[in-house]
Ligand binder design. Structure first.
Ligand code: F0G
Length: 357
């Protein structure tokens, strides 16, 4: 059998020329990346007549979130530099990815998570991949402070997005968007938590533009949960709250870089309420058939908010919204906001009657 299709090699191998790697860098990969850019068939119309909308569905990465892109880089470089143990703070997705890629590399991982505020699927992942998992009495911000201090004083490699290799890996998502579209979009919408991802995308778009791979760069649109919106408010939030636990962060590590991305791209950052997030989350799955986690839906919630103010009126434009994590990460939330399934006996007539057929 002959085939012209090339197997996808993972983001490091695919984009090696744009990454700080050499032939000596081991490729610790689960073949992450190459996630689909799914065209919206229904929801796009709500933004405006001339708007083309795509969802970059990062939930289809090997551990179910965009974190795999950064983690393949961070762990590969850690192994190259001789590390035997990684550490990170996480609201759940970073820890899942750190645990998976550390397992793949044959090294230990330690994850610190806010006790009681990590979605079930993510907790299951850290445990299943064999991370030493510590639930801390405190928010993500406290976990991050702890791992910074520990990694400065003990032989463990920090793999939060303070680690520059994380951003390097995550920027590949912007390359993929340009490769799929054949150009950069006009707008790129993202949920913002620790602000690593918006920083990475902006870096990626900038580098592709400079390399002549994209004629333009998009305006970056960032969305924070209203109860955890330090960048929008311009001040740290000491008690961040939101049901979108992935972005329940009051003091983002990449705050300044995020501001740069927003300013340089002439974009904006907004807050979306938990009600808006839940509505957006439900619409994405029930209208478009794309099941993402609540934090990811902040992208669509924010776009709708902007459209409501006439932001896209009269514009012919292409908008990409990153859906950062898979809906199965947080099964409790999905079940909690849905209506209970109806119960029925093992009987055709009853079920047909219930369905009104
Ligand atoms: N969406 C999801 C699903 C996330 O898990 C995160 C961050 C974000 C959006 C925001 O990205 O932090 O780069 O601005 N999750 C981190 C974690 C904090 O620990 O998994 P960001």
């Amino acid at each position: 059998m002959s085939t012209t299709a090339q197997a996808w090699p993972g983001v490091i191998e695919q984009y090696a020329q744009y990454l700080p790697v050499s032939d000596a860098t081991p490729r610790v990969t689960l073949l992450e990346g190459n996630t689909p850019l799914i065209p919206s068939v229904t929801l796009a119309k709500r933004l405006g007549e001339g708007v083309e909308l795509y969802f970059k569905f990062e939930g289809l990465n090997p551990t179910g979130s965009f974190k795999d892109r950064g983690m393949t880089m961070a762990i590969s470089k850690a192994v190259e530099e001789g590390a035997t143990c990684t550490i990170c703070a996480s609201t759940g997705n970073t820890s899942a990815a750190a645990a998976a890629y550390s397992a793949r590399a044959g090294i230990q991982s330690v994850v610190l998570i806010p006790d009681g505020y990590v979605a079930l699927g993510k907790l299951a992942q850290a445990l299943a991949y064999g991370a030493r998992t510590i639930a801390v009495e405190g928010h993500f911000d406290a976990c991050l402070r702890l791992v910074r201090e520990i990694s400065e004083n003990y032989p463990v490699e920090l793999v939060n997005s303070l680690n520059p290799y994380r951003l390097q890996g995550q920027k590949t998502a912007a390359f993929e968007v340009c490769d799929w579209l054949g150009r950069a979009p006009d707008y790129h919408a993202l949920p913002v938590g620790n602000a690593g991802n918006i920083t990475s995308y902006w870096m990626g778009y900038g580098e592709y533009h400079e390399a002549g791979m994209a004629e333009s760069r998009p305006k970056m649109l960032g969305f924070q949960a209203a109860g955890s919106a330090p960048i929008v408010l311009g001040e740290r939030v000491d008690k961040p709250e939101t049901l979108a636990t992935a972005i329940r962060i009051g003091n983002p590590a990449r705050w300044e870089e995020a501001i740069c991305a927003l300013d340089e791209s002439d974009g904006c950052i907004r807050a979306v309420t938990d009600e808006e997030i839940v509505e957006a989350y439900t619409e994405l799955s029930s209208v478009e058939g794309v099941f993402c986690e609540p934090a990811s839906a902040a992208s669509w919630a924010g776009l709708k908010q902007l459209a409501g103010e006439g932001f896209f009126a009269g514009q012919e434009c292409t908008v990409v919204a990153t859906l950062t994590g898979h809906g199965l990460k947080d099964p409790d939330r999905a079940v909690a906001i849905a209506t209970e399934p109806d119960k029925a006996p093992d009987d055709v007539d009853t079920i047909v009657k219930m369905l009104g057929l």
